[in-house]
Design a protein around this ligand. Structure first.
Ligand SMILES: Cc1cc2nc3c(=O)[nH]c(=O)nc-3n(C[C@H](O)[C@H](O)[C@H](O)COP(=O)(O)OP(=O)(O)OC[C@H]3O[C@@H](n4cnc5c(N)ncnc54)[C@H](O)[C@@H]3O)c2cc1C
Ligand code: FES
Length: 277
């Protein structure tokens, strides 16, 4: 038996929202954990973050970027009512949800936009003052506000690179201002690795704890294949098993960025094939 798609909606020019029936995951998922989808018998294993887990109705929500073979299939071929072959999870380590004070979540890519809502919802319920910063490239890529962390944020910001929606700039600019106002006790973030590296450099001198999603190419998602290896405090760790949310100040970012790009050439060729066929 597969996993039925119960909702699907466009979020922007390139991303969409999808909800699926997955009662066992909805019941046991905790903030920070992810899932791995297999669309059909020929499908690859695709890791995805969770936007919400609806325990009552046994469903999970995800934000997905139309990227390559699998995500194109999910958007163009699978309709509401169709099934996905398999969803494994929850995988990875949950983050610690407790009272920290002022909690920021900063996001600049699809997975992190989902994680922002999930994380700040839990942090608000734990009594924290929550600050959401969602960064997008431009208006065409920006999601409607109702899908972002606005309902669970005491302060809410959108930035775009061209200033077409919200503030012009990036989450790093807003975060710098908030830090200068002494308004940040802990930062959670996810998205582009280059931004996370800069974020680690920004918060390190202030000693602000910074927990980020370390995105690496994953195969099994359970710590067996070694694909998602990262250098962490001088030791080898696996993002799928020891993360994916980890201390940004302990990650060797140059190594993580290099490893994540190791199939870039093949993926560009594959993406071209997908678009042509
Ligand atoms: C923990 C984690 C959470 C993620 N959450 C989300 C999410 O919420 N939404 C979302 O759209 N994407 C998410 N991703 C990335 C997503 O898994 C890839 O975009 C997806 O595998 C692409 O598959 P594809 O066949 O469409 O594209 P492909 O053509 O196979 O790949 C396109 C790009 O996706 C990345 N990618 C491909 N395969 C993998 C893999 N096995 N593991 C990690 N990255 C891969 C590569 O950077 C590649 O450049 C997450 C990745 C990880 C590791
Ligand atoms: S995906 Fe295989 S070890 Fe993490």
């Amino acid at each position: 038996m597969g996993y039925k798609i119960t909702k699907k909606e466009n979020l922007s020019a390139i991303d969409f929202f999808m909800e699926v029936e997955a009662p066992h995951i909805a019941k046991s998922w905790k903030v920070g954990q992810f899932v791995v989808l297999i669309v059909d018998e020929k499908g690859e294993r695709v890791p995805m973050s969770v936007y919400y887990a609806d325990r009552e109705n046994g469903r999970i929500g995800m934000f997905i970027r139309r990227h390559g073979v699998t995500t194109f299939k999910l958007w163009y071929e699978k309709k509401v009512g169709d099934e996905i072959l398999s969803i494994a999870g929850p995988l990875g380590k949950p983050i610690e949800v407790k009272h920290y004070g002022n909690v920021v979540f900063a996001a600049d890519a699809v997975c992190a936009q989902a994680e922002a809502y999930a994380t700040l919802k839990a942090m608000k319920e734990a009594g924290n003052y929550t600050i959401a910063i969602h960064s997008f490239e431009n208006k065409a890529n920006t999601y409607p506000e109702e899908y972002l962390a606005k309902p669970v944020a005491d302060e809410f910001y959108i930035t775009t690179e061209d200033g077409s929606v919200g503030r012009k700039g990036h989450y790093l600019d807003i975060l710098k201002e908030l830090i200068e106002q002494d308004k940040v006790d802990i930062v959670f973030a996810g998205g582009k690795l280059g931004s996370l590296k800069k974020l680690a450099e920004l918060t390190r001198p202030y000693g602000i704890p910074t927990i980020v999603t370390v995105r690496q190419i994953m195969v099994d998602g359970t710590g067996m294949c070694g694909s998602c290896r990262v250098l962490y405090d001088g030791e080898i760790k696996f993002a799928c098993r020891d993360g994916p949310m980890m201390d940004a100040h302990k990650i060797d970012w140059d190594d993580a960025i290099k490893r994540n790009a190791r199939f870039a050439e093949q993926e560009n060729l594959r993406e071209k094939d997908t678009l042509l066929n």
